[in-house]
Structures are given as C-alpha cells and as structure tokens.
Design a protein around this ligand. Structure first.
Ligand SMILES: C[S@@+](CC[C@H](N)C(=O)[O-])C[C@H]1O[C@@H](n2cnc3c(N)ncnc32)[C@H](O)[C@@H]1O
Length: 246
C-alpha cells in the first residue's frame, strides 16, 4: 500500500467513525445530573454543559473546585472556543479574581469582560516573563488556579509543569484536562466523542512529576509531592491537584 493509499484509508476510517459516533449519540440523550444551584453562575454553567464537547461534563466540577479556593489569581492555558474561559470568568466574577488566559492563537474576541487579560503567546515563553508581566500590572505572581489545556503533548506538558508550578500559591489547585485521551472518548451520559491518540502525553507527564503510575481509565484519588489528586476518566479526563495545606 502506498503512503497515499494509507492516508486515504485512514481518512475514510476517521470519517466513518465520526459519522457512526454522531448516529450512536442520537440515541443517548444529554444527561447532566441536575443539582440545586448555589448561584446564578452555576446555573449558567449548567446550561452551557448541556452542549456536548470534550469538556462539557467537567464544567460544573471546574467551577466548584475553583470557587472552593476563593482564588486571587487564575491562569488558564488554552482558550480556543472559550468553553473553559466561560467558567473561569464566572469564578473570577464571583471571587473578584484576576483571570489571565493564554493561547498561542488570537482568542481575544472570546470575552468582552473588561477585567479579562488575554495573552497571545506560547505558554512556556510567557511563563519565563510572567513575573515581570505581573509586576507591571501590580499583580502578585502567585497562582491559585492553574488550568492546563493546550497541546496535550508529553514534552510540552512536562515543560508546563516545570515552568508554571513554581508560581503556584500555597493553596493552589492545578486542573489538567485531557488526561484520558484517545481516538474515541466516552462521556458519563454514555455518548462518545471523536478525539485523537496523544500517546498518554498529559498523564505520562503527570506520572513523571509524581514518580508513580496511574490508571487514567478509572476514577481515582491519590497523593503526590504535597498534592492531593482527584481524577475523573470521562470526557477526555480531568485531573485535579490540590496543595495539601488547604
Ligand atoms: C483544546 S484547546 C483549549 C480548549 C479550551 N480550554 C476550551 O475549553 O474551549 C487547546 C488550545 O491550546 C492552544 N495551544 C496549543 N499549544 C499552545 C502553546 N504552546 N501555548 C499556548 N497555547 C497553546 C491552542 O491554540 C488551542 O487553542
């Protein structure tokens, strides 16, 4: 088989799976546990979470976990269509936090909230100048919520941990998305989404940091290097690190 034929076969396979997933999902109604809402932001986020994506089932968790720390400074790495930004903007409004979002692409039109800081830059390059950037704006460079959702690649995630973790405050949480990626990912409501195989890039980088292995296919809690860890396998995986001093 020539390379072109292999490419065509691969494209055909992806297209077929894409169509099959769409048809299969028609028989799986969107199901999000309806809970009582603490505030209007939770309700707005719940409404947002009814639209399926690779992150929709994590939105309320991200909001609640973030609000729990009452963050002063939130740094979001990876904006794209702004689904997570929608959540962090509400956390920031509720807690009067500073929200800094970073993306290598221009995502500046995702929000028109006047207190939102958008930085278009490679996140590793930005980490190197973060202290000066904060100083110029009179912001203490101590991150309470760090959200990591960028390339999902192993070496890049290792670099993000290396360059951003030194800025974590003593009560910080780090929220990693895409810790259980694959060609197909499963949601809690039984539906599937089309993903890609990142060769366990994000979770492997976490394993290296913690110096232990994890089974990202299952829900788990664990501890490592002064952090408590919670992991949710569905919707591409969400892993939350909480500094133990909380
Ligand atoms: C999966 S999307 C983010 C999705 C977003 N968090 C959401 O909930 O809608 C990944 C984003 O990371 C950005 N990205 C990839 N590599 C990056 C890098 N080195 N530095 C900054 N942003 C990067 C991409 O441009 C893309 O917009």
């Amino acid at each position: 088989m020539t390379n072109k034929e292999k490419g065509d076969a691969n494209l055909f396979k992806r297209l077929s799976v894409f169509v099959m997933v769409r048809i299969y999902n028609l028989f799986k109604p969107v199901k999000q546990e309806k809970k009582t809402f603490e505030d209007k932001f939770e309700e707005e986020i719940y409404e947002k979470s009814l639209k399926r994506s690779d992150i929709n089932e994590h939105l309320l968790t991200i909001y609640r976990e973030s609000v729990e720390t009452c963050p002063k400074l939130i740094v979001e790495l990876g904006v794209r269509g702004g689904v997570s930004t929608f959540v962090f903007e509400r956390v920031a409004k509720k807690c009067n936090s500073t929200l800094v979002s970073v993306d290598i692409e221009d995502c500046s039109d995702i929000s028109d909230w006047e207190n939102w800081h958008f930085v278009q830059k490679d996140d590793i390059e930005f980490a190197k100048e973060f202290k000066d950037w904060c100083k110029e704006r009179n912001i203490a460079p101590e991150i309470d919520i760090l959200f990591i959702d960028t390339s999902h690649l192993y070496q890049h995630t290792k670099d993000e941990i290396k360059h951003w973790f030194p800025y974590l405050s003593k009560n910080a949480k780090v929220i990693f998305h895409d810790t259980n990626m694959g060609f197909l990912y499963k949601r809690k409501d039984g539906s599937y989404g089309n993903g890609w195989d990142n060769k366990r890039g994000v979770i492997r980088a976490i394993e290296d940091f913690c110096e232990k292995k994890f089974n990202e296919k299952k829900e788990f809690t664990d501890k490592c290097k002064g952090f408590e860890i919670k992991h949710y396998p569905y919707c591409s995986g969400l892993t939350i690190f909480t500094k133990k001093s909380i």
